[in-house]
Write a protein of this length. Structure first.
Length: 96
């Protein structure tokens, strides 16, 4: 039915190619976005791990009860940074 005329067939094939190309672009962009999100998540996880380790060391030095990894992993980077700063300040005051 579509192949009634060569022009109509060509239009149909061109349109189909365009739609497939657009679908491919969308899928590539989606994958790129997912990978960027995964990388950002990995980077944040590494940052959380570093902060948690520092917090645990400072807690030990100050004689506080040491937070578990699970407790610290439940906190976001902002809260971990704040907690680390408080512990660092306590250590400075203790040593002064």
């Amino acid at each position: 039915m579509i192949s009634k005329s060569p022009e109509e067939l060509q239009y149909y094939e061109d349109r189909l190619k365009f739609l497939r190309d657009e679908q491919g672009k969308l899928e590539a962009a989606r994958e790129e976005g997912l990978e960027a999100g995964r990388e950002a998540g990995r980077e944040e996880g590494r940052e959380q791990g570093k902060l948690a380790g520092k917090i645990q060391v400072l807690q030990e030095l100050l004689g506080d009860s040491v937070s578990t990894d699970d407790e610290l992993q439940a906190l976001d980077v902002t809260k971990l940074t704040s907690q680390l700063q408080l512990l660092q300040e306590r250590l400075r005051k203790r040593d002064a």
